[in-house]
Design a protein around this ligand. Sequence first.
Ligand code: UGA
Length: 430
Amino acid sequence: MQNIGIVGTGYVGLVTAAVLADLGNKVICEDCNYQKIEDLKKGIIPIYEPGLQDKVLKNIRAKRLKFSHRLPEVVKKSKIIFICVGTPPRKDGSADLSSVENVARKIAQNMKEYKIIVSKSTVPVQTGEWVKRTVSMLNPHKVEFSVVSNPEFLREGRAIEDSLHPDRIVIGVEDKKAERTMRQLFKPIRAPILVTDIKTAEIIKHASNSFLATKISFINAVANICEKTGADVNKVAEGMGLDKRIGRAFLRAGVGFGGFCFPKDLSAFIYIAKIAGYDFELLNVVQKINETQKQLLVKKIEQALWIIRDKTIGILGLSFKPDTDDIRFAPALDIIKILRNEGAKIKVYDPKAMRKVKKELKYVKLCQDPYEVAKNCDCLVIMTEWDEFKEMDLRKVKRLLRQPIIIDGRNIFEPAEMHKLGFIYKGIGR
Ligand code: UGA
């Protein structure tokens, strides 16, 4: 059992806290957002993540999981402190590390005995060195400490599952004492542990996300060739993915990747490479292909409708992927903006993101279900592959639509079946 502090209760922080508490550790979390901590104390979870609420409630009841407004209390009560604060993108693509620095400073000022300071936030290479320097300089009692990089690889929507059964755990560390403690902490999670130096661990995270984004842009580029030549990108992806060296994952063609991780991590990695003196051209193209996918989708809508102005367009799915209510950098929001600028009227529905979208999209009609969206619409656009959309009564949808047009940005339907039902149907790359 370890005493653990978690600073930042976003996706990474809260899931890490719940999982480590569930493994029997005593965990105390802090967040600079006062209301968030007040809510969490009452068991109110700020995000939708399957299984998270149960785990949080269970561990609050078992008194293994606590929430506090006071960072000094967290520092005092914990031996291992995880920094899980946001590292949002700045205008130039670099990561904004002010929250990481701020937390490092506060930890330094409040340490009275040995601490292991672990960065779980996605940070650029060399951040660990800066954390070490900051803590050394501002630590009035000259207390001994270790800095560790332990990048997180969980996916939103599968966060608990990914944390309990990760493909690997990466520990970037400089000393044996911290390595032993971290190995011990993660022992109950039976996953391969890779121990590296801190900089290597930091790069593993950025390189992994950038590689996955590259796979997506690659298959999207292939989708465009398929479309022009009459091939089927889903089958191409299957045929490629059966080769174990390529693998089937992350070869789903669509309207492109979004979310708070891939877009920002790509930009940050490109930026770091540039600062280090290397022009990572490949990743610039990955970004470009991702942007083009959205424009191509709008073109498909235009080709189906002829004129977009004054048409009513229904958007199904707002979150950047299914099983999450996260709409940050969601392709749907970009598409809505473009269509709106072209003069379309927009109706939207998402199974989980409606509450979040209410604040962001003031000029769209929010609907209760896909059928309300379809009613009197000129075109339906599928932006997220929620199961609810796959299971829609398509005959009913067709009756409700003003024109039977579906543009499927996630390839959830089979073109032949859709044409048989009488839809004008366009997917991606087939
Ligand atoms: C991603 C990584 O998968 C995690 O390993 C990582 O920990 C996380 O970022 C992070 O850095 O925090 P996440 O952003 O939650 O996780 O979502 P993914 O499931 O990776 O999907 C990202 C985007 O790619 C979504 O918009 C999804 O629709 C899109 N995607 C994914 C495709 O367009 N095609 C695919 O084949 C797969």
